[in-house]
Ligand binder design. Structure first.
Ligand code: F6R
Length: 262
């Protein structure tokens, strides 16, 4: 079972993530970070950037692999995940852009792009720490409900719900939201050594309850985290509001010995 940490704010969650990543970089300067887009990781990236600057952490060898990309969207489009990762992670942290990879959504090559991406991750030695958001339907990456829990990086069709959720990034116009994507598979994500999933707000409460306390099912792709040996789920009170064991998670975190780590 994943560790569930209930926090007061996105900033508090971000601090925990930033601490984990700073410790990782200190131990392994060329570590491999798994990167997500969307709104959930933004405070975490900001806190990490603050920590990198304040402590003059050398990030020149840090490598990164993003989770997903829209199919057929120009990488130069401001809402492509290539642009988003550049804007929210690479630039604020001062990472070497040549070491940060995003799946290639170009339609001409997309059929082979998934296998090539998984090969590149394996050749990099695997992802050390993967940050994740979660969709209101329980998706991680763009693995929509019904995705194989063993899947590799591949093309997926977005659900109507995900396109509605993401229309906010496209002038609130669902017609501008691409219909397809290329995403790391759940099998790919599960190979990362540490998973940190962030979720905030009441809209995520059902998905979080299914993830943490429901059965393991492709209907809730994030429930695959229950199979992972090192998964940390950091959520606010609203996202935790439908958890049966919330009091236990709070107690366990409040009484956590330092030696246990995150
Ligand atoms: C983003 C991604 C998605 C998002 C999810 C939640 O790279 O893979 O799974 O993490 O859709 O999005 P937000 O954080 O915007 O609610």
């Amino acid at each position: 079972m994943a560790e569930v940490i209930i926090v007061k704010s996105q900033d508090e969650a971000g601090e925990i993530y930033a601490r984990c990543v700073a410790d990782l970089i200190a131990a392994k300067p060329n570590c491999v970070l798994g990167l997500a887009t969307g709104s959930s990781p933004l405070a975490a990236y900001e806190k990490l950037a603050e920590r990198v600057k304040a402590n003059s952490i050398d990030v020149s060898a840090v490598r990164g692999f993003a989770l997903d990309e829209y199919a057929g969207l120009d990488p130069a489009h401001p809402q492509s995940y290539r642009s988003t990762i550049t804007r929210t992670v690479v630039e604020p942290l001062g990472l070497n852009p040549d070491l940060v990879h995003v799946p290639n959504g170009a339609l001409e090559t997309i059929k082979d792009a998934g296998a090539a991406y998984d090969k590149a991750i394996a050749e990099a030695g695997g992802v050390d720490l993967q940050i994740l958001g979660i969709g209101t339907d329980g998706h991680i990456g763009f693995n929509e409900p019904g995705s194989s829990l063993a899947s590799g990086t591949r093309i997926k069709t977005l659900t109507e719900q995900t396109r509605v959720d993401n229309a906010r990034f496209f002038d609130d116009d669902i017609n501008q939201v691409p219909t397809h994507c290329i995403t790391q598979g759940i099998g790919t994500i599960r190979r990362a050594r540490h998973l940190v999933l962030l979720a905030f707000g009441e809209g995520k409460a059902d998905a979080i309850a299914a993830t943490c306390e429901g059965g393991i099912s492709s209907l809730c792709p994030a429930s695959a985290l229950q199979l992972h040996p090192h998964a940390t789920i950091i959520i606010d009170e609203a996202a935790a509001s439908k958890l049966q064991n919330a009091d236990y998670y709070r107690w366990a975190y409040e009484h956590k010995p330092a030696w246990q780590g995150i």
